[in-house]
Design a protein around this ligand. Structure first.
Ligand code: BTN
Length: 244
């Protein structure tokens, strides 16, 4: 594989996008010990102190239509869960589309960015942030209420290299399977770990907020939510709160 190791970067996603623009091949991995401007979904930040977590971006070049790209993020969340299950005592859940939670607190986040031309994907950058060895005092005040780490949730420190190699091998196997056989097995694996399916959730998309019953994900990976008028809505972006 093509690895790029850094001591410090503003954001591994920014570096990976630059490399992808310059033609870096599928499977390129950008890793950094810390990020000074780590970015999350929906314009948020991602707290990335040195040494305690994993901050990584993968460059992928799948030959798929634009509409299938959300599946890659679901794939990453399944691979993350499998790696946590294999290497730590933590039993994570996935909040659609791709937050990894333990005891309702966030352990990993995924930020996928894409470049496409004419409805065809040119490259994807899958950015993954994992809180591994933070203790509660390592999180800043506003983050401490909503974040956890594998060490906090599992009660023991995690070997970062072992976790990383396990994650990459699950990701690679699942990615190959998905390219060859499609989304259906991944969908089952995702649903087996999903939080909030069958419950009332609050959907936040832009300025709109509404309550509905989360029913599952469809064969493309979109979230299916029944609104209060009984109509089934199909969501491909937005935010879901499990505390309606
Ligand atoms: C989220 O949950 O909002 C997504 C967080 C994604 C964080 C990772 S850390 C590595 C990569 N580089 C970034 O700047 N963000 C992603």
């Amino acid at each position: 594989r093509n690895y790029h190791f850094h001591t410090s970067l503003p954001s591994s996603n920014i570096t990976a996008k630059e490399l992808a623009r310059q033609g870096a091949p599928e499977g390129t991995v950008v890793l950094t010990e810390e990020q000074t401007a780590g970015r999350g979904r929906l314009g948020r930040g991602w707290y990335s102190p040195p040494g305690l977590g994993i901050y990584m971006s993968l460059i992928l070049r799948p030959r798929i239509p634009l509409g299938q790209t959300p599946q890659v993020t679901l794939l990453a969340s399944v691979a993350l869960c499998k790696a946590l299950e294999a290497v730590t005592p933590v039993r994570p859940q996935i909040k659609w589309p791709n937050d990894i939670l333990v005891n309702g607190k966030k352990l990993c986040g995924i930020l996928t960015e894409l470049n496409a031309e004419m409805e065809a994907v040119n490259y994807l950058v899958v950015g993954i942030g994992i809180n591994l060895n933070q203790q509660p005092a390592d999180f800043p005040g506003d983050v401490a209420n909503v974040a956890t780490s594998a060490a906090i949730a599992g009660g023991e420190p995690v070997d970062r290299i072992r976790f990383l190699t396990t994650l990459l091998s699950f990701f690679e196997a699942d990615y190959d399977h998905w390219l060859q056989k499609g989304f259906s097995q991944l969908r089952e694996e995702w649903l087996a770990r999903a939080a909030g399916i069958g419950t009332t959730v609050r959907i936040i998309s832009g300025k709109q907020e509404w309550l509905g019953q989360a029913e599952g994900i469809d064969t493309d990976g979109a979230l299916l939510v029944r609104n209060e008028d009984g109509e089934l809505q199909r969501l491909i972006s937005g935010e879901v709160s499990l505390r309606p």
